[in-house]
Write a protein that binds this ligand. Structure first.
Ligand SMILES: [Zn+2]
Length: 445
């Protein structure tokens, strides 16, 4: 049921979103104790893993005590799913109680399966409603859900928009022509897609003779699945193209659809800490780091009943800030720098594809599209970057390459071996809903 709250109210659930941190941490601790005991008592996997590590649920006395417990990761999920039962050893309920499953894309191995009970599903959609409200969606909005529904955990998030009271138009991943027809004909006001697709769709709209700023009625574009929504130059490019606000969302199939979203401060994404305990750890040693220090983000679900996730290593590199945000929310903010498996080291400098994106999207005379190839030469890691000249540009290729290289060197600290320049639309990365711009040819990773 939609909550009956005034349209002008800033927060969807002020009690949770603005809870003083000591209270929030007390709530987290109680939920953590309950969840660790629940996982121990109801799953084959956690019983075995905790016993092997010599820990019991009684060891949780403070939030920091979570550090005594073993990590899990994608590999743990793959090794235990479908073992002994359909959902496997990490699942804590019989299959009859599971009403929905999503899977990961499988792009980095066997897809992992994520099960939900009815209670999990309802809580998840309540959370989506909260994040949509935070993004500026209200019951009088028309919302286009342009996400792939097939197996993808973002698909059912559309129900969260309905729970908020918005008019939801379930479009899914359709060809651009069809989506533009929907935008023109039904004049929706909010859309969710990926940053690269938002950019691509705006460009296609212009090619078809539309002005995305005036022919459509979009005021908010929610983006997820790529880093772009939190890269200022990317966000501003999309905002200028559409005359709409871009709000970054973050989620992962192992937990659920979206579990963090930007606020108007655009300084990190508030994570739903009432349901997820966040840690940052050293990606190599696993040692717990303090708030503000950059490392791998690790999540523990505090509410999920079908499959507890205790100390899940996400592979996302970033940092957490817990200081007050200007929007008034007290929930911690995550700042994602990049993926652990996409970080490369050149001359002792850690480089993420997002660093390159930051530069490329901020330079004039380029389309903003790019790809990065990382390779080894003489046992040394090197990289090259491909970009596109803006449509109609006649700037010499070597001039474009030279100033792009200088800008990358200035921002990243190490220059690419070369910058390859294509004409607009020739790089072939822009038409996918989730673009793959990172070509990893390192042999020793
Ligand atoms: Zn905020």
């Amino acid at each position: 049921m939609a909550k009956d709250i005034p349209v002008s109210q800033k927060y969807y659930d002020p009690e949770i979103e603005c809870m003083p941190r000591p209270e929030l941490e007390a709530l987290q601790l109680q939920r953590l104790k309950d969840m660790v005991a629940y996982a121990y008592d109801n799953t084959v996997y956690y019983k075995r893993a905790f016993d092997e590590a010599g820990v019991t649920p009684d060891d949780i006395r403070t939030l920091d005590d979570i550090a005594k417990f073993p990590f899990i990761d994608k590999k743990t999920e793959r090794e235990t799913q479908h073992v002994g039962s359909f959902f496997g050893e990490m699942c804590s309920v019989p299959e009859e109680e599971v009403i929905f499953m999503a899977t990961s894309s499988g792009s980095t191995g066997v897809p992992t399966v994520s099960p939900f009970t009815q209670e999990d599903f309802d809580l998840w959609q309540d959370t989506e409603a909260r994040l949509f409200w935070q993004a500026g969606m209200r019951p009088n909005d028309r919302y286009v859900h342009a996400l792939n529904f097939a197996l993808y955990v973002g698909g059912p998030d559309v129900i969260g928009a309905q729970r908020l009271g918005a008019l939801a138009i379930w479009v899914g991943a359709v060809p651009s022509d069809r989506l533009l027809f929907v935008l023109k004909q039904y004049q929706p006001t909010v859309i969710w897609t990926s940053p690269s697709y938002a950019w691509h769709l705006g460009e296609v709209a212009k090619e078809k003779g539309y002005d995305p700023r005036t022919d459509f009625n979009i005021h908010t574009i929610i983006v997820a699945g790529e880093a772009g929504g939190s890269i200022p130059s990317t966000r501003e490019s999309i905002e200028n193209l559409w005359g709409a606000k871009v709000v970054d969302f973050y989620g992962l199939s192992d937990i659920y659809g979206a579990c963090a979203a930007a606020c108007e401060a655009h300084d990190g994404l508030h994570i739903v800490e009432d349901q997820i305990l966040v840690e940052t750890v050293d990606p190599t040693t696993g040692e717990v780091l303090a708030p503000g220090e950059t490392g791998e983000l690790v999540y523990t679900t505090l509410m999920k009943k079908a499959r507890p996730m205790i100390r899940f290593r996400t592979g996302d590199i970033g940092y957490v800030s817990t200081e007050p945000c200007e929007c008034g929310r007290t929930l911690a903010r995550i700042h994602i720098t990049g993926r652990k498996d996409e970080m490369f080291i050149v001359s002792a400098v850690n480089v993420f594809p997002t660093d390159i994106e930051y530069v490329v999207r901020g330079l004039d005379g380029l389309t903003g599209e790019y790809s990065i190839r990382v390779y080894e030469q003489d046992f040394t890691c090197k990289y090259e970057v491909s970009v596109e000249r803006a449509l109609g540009s006649d700037e010499p290729y070597d001039e474009v390459a030279k100033r792009t290289m200088a800008a990358i060197k200035a921002h990243v600290g190490v220059r690419p071996q070369k910058v390859i320049v294509y004409d607009a639309g020739k790089l072939g990365t822009s038409s996918e809903h989730k673009a793959s711009r990172f070509i990893d040819e390192r042999g020793c990773q």
